[in-house]
Design a protein around this ligand. Structure first.
Ligand code: EPU
Length: 346
C-alpha cells in the first residue's frame, strides 16, 4: 500500500492497528494507520495528510462502532486543558476536545458551576459533545455551548463557529452533517450563574427540594440502573434516535396503539421513544450470536463478548425493518457506524 504520511508514522505502516479497545462496543477491527494528537502542534503536523486520505478523529470511541477494518488513519484525540473564567453573570469554560466529558461534569459540580448535572455519566469526550449535541434528562448540550474551535481540514486554518453556526438539532449538528471537514480542538461553554435546574424528566421529578448535587446523583443512579457500563458489557449507548413524526400520523398510530408513549417536539411534531417500539416487538433480551438487545433498555444494543459485525448489522436491520413494518416508522441509527472508507448506513 502506498503511503504519503509524514515519516513519524513509519512505525505503524507495516502493521495494522487494533481498534477493539478503542471503541466501547468492542468489535474486532483494525486500521491501516494510527496516531495520537496531544497538542495543536501535533495536529498541525499531520493536517495536510488528513486532506489526502480517509481519517477518523476518535475520542473515547463511545458513539462509534467499527463494523469493518478502516483503510485510513485513526487519530486519537488526547488534547487536554480546561480554562475557567467568570464575570458577573457567567462562568466561561474553554475545554480541550480530548477531555473526558463526565470528568468535566464532576469538576463543574464540585466547583459550583451548574447546568451540566443532567448530563452526568454520558460516555465520551468534550469534543464529541457538540457533534451529536449530547442530551439526557431534559437537557441538551447546545444550551451551554458558546462556540466551537476547530481545524478546518480543507483550508488548513483554525476556525470558529458560534452557537448559531453549529446548527444544532436533536442529536445532530453541522459537524455531524459534514463529517471529516473539521477537527474540533476545543469547546467554549457559557454557564449562567442563575441557571435553573431541569427536573421535569422522569426520575428527577420525584426529588424533594432538588439541588444540582442531588440531580447529579439521581442522574447517575438512573443511568446505572438502565444503561450497561461499557467497561463491563460492550455498548455505544442508544443505538437508534428517538423518531419524530407528524401529528396526524401520531393520532392514527395512537388509535392502533393506545399506550404509545410520546413527547411534544418542535413544530407541532411528536417524538416517540424508539425503546418502546422495539420493546413491543419483543426484541428486548434477544440475541444474534453474541450481539444482543439489552435486557433493561431496548434501545441499547450490546456485545456480550466476541460479537461479530455481521451479527450486529443483522440484529439492527431486523429491528429497523420490523419497526417499519409494524409502526410505519423509519428508525435512524444514532451511533456512527464506520466501514472501510468512512461512515456507512444500516
Ligand atoms: N421504554 C420501553 N422499553 C425499554 C426502555 C424504555 O418501553 O426497554 C420506554 C418507556 O416508555 C420510557 C421511554 O421508552 O419512558 C423512554 O426511555 P428512557 O427514559 O430510558 O430514554 P430513551 O428515550 O430511551 C433517551 C436518550 C438517552 C438518555 C435518556 C435519558 C436518545 C436516543 N436517547 O433515551 O441517551 O440517556 O433519554 O434522558 O435520545 C444516548 O444518546 O446514547 C443515550 C443513552
Amino acid at each position: 500500500m502506498g503511503n504519503n504520511w509524514p515519516t513519524h508514522f513509519t512505525e505503524v505502516i507495516d502493521t495494522v492497528h487494533p481498534l477493539t479497545s478503542l471503541h466501547t462496543f468492542g468489535l474486532e477491527a483494525y486500521s491501516d494507520y494510527f496516531t495520537t494528537i496531544d497538542s495543536l502542534d501535533s495536529l498541525l503536523e499531520i493536517a495536510s495528510s488528513l486532506s489526502e486520505k480517509p481519517y477518523l478523529l476518535l475520542g473515547d470511541g463511545s458513539n462509534t462502532i467499527f463494523v469493518d477494518d478502516f483503510e485510513g488513519m485513526i487519530v486519537k484525540n488526547a488534547l487536554k486543558g480546561i480554562h475557567i473564567s467568570e464575570d458577573d453573570d457567567y462562568f466561561h469554560l474553554n475545554v480541550a476536545s480530548g477531555e473526558n466529558w463526565h470528568d468535566l461534569v464532576c469538576l463543574c459540580t464540585e466547583k459550583g458551576i451548574y447546568g451540566f448535572e443532567n448530563l452526568a455519566l454520558i460516555p465520551g469526550t468534550v469534543g464529541a459533545s457538540p457533534i451529536q449535541n449530547i442530551g439526557a434528562y431534559g437537557v441538551e448540550i447546545e444550551k451551554f455551548v458558546h462556540s466551537v474551535e476547530f481545524l478546518d481540514i480543507t483550508t488548513q486554518m483554525m476556525g470558529y463557529f458560534n452557537k448559531k453556526e453549529c446548527e444544532f438539532a436533536y442529536r445532530d449538528s453541522r459537524f455531524k452533517r459534514e463529517p471529516g471537514k473539521r477537527v474540533i480542538t476545543s469547546v467554549n461553554f457559557a454557564m449562567p450563574k442563575n441557571n435553573l435546574l431541569v427536573t421535569s424528566y422522569g426520575p428527577l421529578a420525584e426529588l424533594n427540594n432538588p439541588n444540582p448535587r442531588s440531580v447529579f446523583d439521581a442522574v447517575i443512579a438512573a443511568r446505572n440502573t438502565k444503561l450497561p457500563d461499557p467497561h463491563v458489557l460492550g455498548n455505544a449507548g442508544s443505538f437508534f434516535k428517538n423518531p419524530t413524526i407528524g401529528r396526524l400520523t401520531f393520532e392514527e398510530l395512537k388509535l392502533r396503539f393506545p399506550e404509545l408513549p410520546h413527547y411534544n417536539a418542535p413544530e407541532g411534531k411528536v417524538k416517540i421513544p424508539a425503546a418502546w417500539l422495539i420493546d413491543q416487538l419483543g426484541f428486548k433480551g434477544s440475541r444474534v450470536g453474541d450481539i444482543g438487545c439489552h435486557e433493561h433498555q431496548a434501545l441499547v444494543l450490546v456485545n456480550h463478548g466476541g460479537g461479530k459485525a455481521e451479527d450486529l448489522l443483522r440484529l439492527a436491520r431486523d429491528i429497523k425493518s420490523h419497526v417499519l413494518a409494524t409502526f410505519g416508522i423509519k428508525l435512524e441509527n444514532e451511533v456512527r457506524l464506520m466501514g472501510k472508507q468512512g461512515k456507512v448506513d444500516l
